[in-house]
Design a protein around this ligand. Sequence first.
Ligand code: IPE
Ligand code: IPE
Ligand code: MG
Length: 252
Amino acid sequence: MPRIERDIAQLKAEVAQRPLPRHVGIIMDGNGRWAEQRGLPRLEGHRRGSDSVREVTRAARRLGLSALTLYAFSSQNWERPPDEVAGLMDLLRDYLHRERPEIMENGIRLHAIGELDRLPPRVRDPLEALRRDSATHTDMTLTLALSYGGREEIIAMARRIAADRIDPDSIDARAIEDRLWTEGLPPLELVVRTSGEFRVSNFLLWQLAYAEIHFTETLWPDFGELDLLLAIEDFQKRERRFGKTSAQIRTA
Ligand code: IPE
Ligand code: IPE
Ligand code: MG
């Protein structure tokens, strides 16, 4: 334990000296496999996953990240067995009640993106209350992607463009970003996917255009502060070229 503690402290100091990604998104995957490997019910994996949410949120806040977006439940996850969906909704409700004091005391603004009207009242009500009560906080924005799908977000954006009767010639990136659910959040710069899957599974499709992606084998219930720091360290070593040449980037 002392060795790990010292490694984390040193890594944190190094990572904090370099520019941090302005917005980190995490596809929190592998809860089911974590439980199945231990002969436990899948829901126990989700329960342990919510402990990782707490640890990672704390670590992000302490490090000084300004925006963290956690993919907690996809539009497609509604198709899972009803018992698992109901259990996940109970865990979300419990999470919102349990984390409320920490969010309120630490200057965190809680935000949510997704088809939120599909959520049951036991989740939607505490979510809306916490969103309202933390709206003026500025230290970090924690966004929960809940009942979220990137394609669903793009469809909703297209409907708003049509409803606003925008002149086709004036539709540009700004017009689109102003109508996405992520409107107002900083540009997504780093996405982490856990559990050894190499796909984006309908997460922030528009916003991913130039994000760096960090894949890790770690299952979400095992993911903690050290893993977050390693992902950010990986990001900090990348050369982001945005279509230009390496030489252009180095002289800029
Ligand atoms: C991620 O863990 C949580 C949700 C998608 C809700 P999974 O439940 O997808 O875990 P695996 O992929 O089956 O291991
Ligand atoms: C992605 O995980 C969604 C969340 C982490 C909430 P899934 O487990 O649903 O993704 P697939 O099915 O493996 O692509
Ligand atoms: Mg999964």
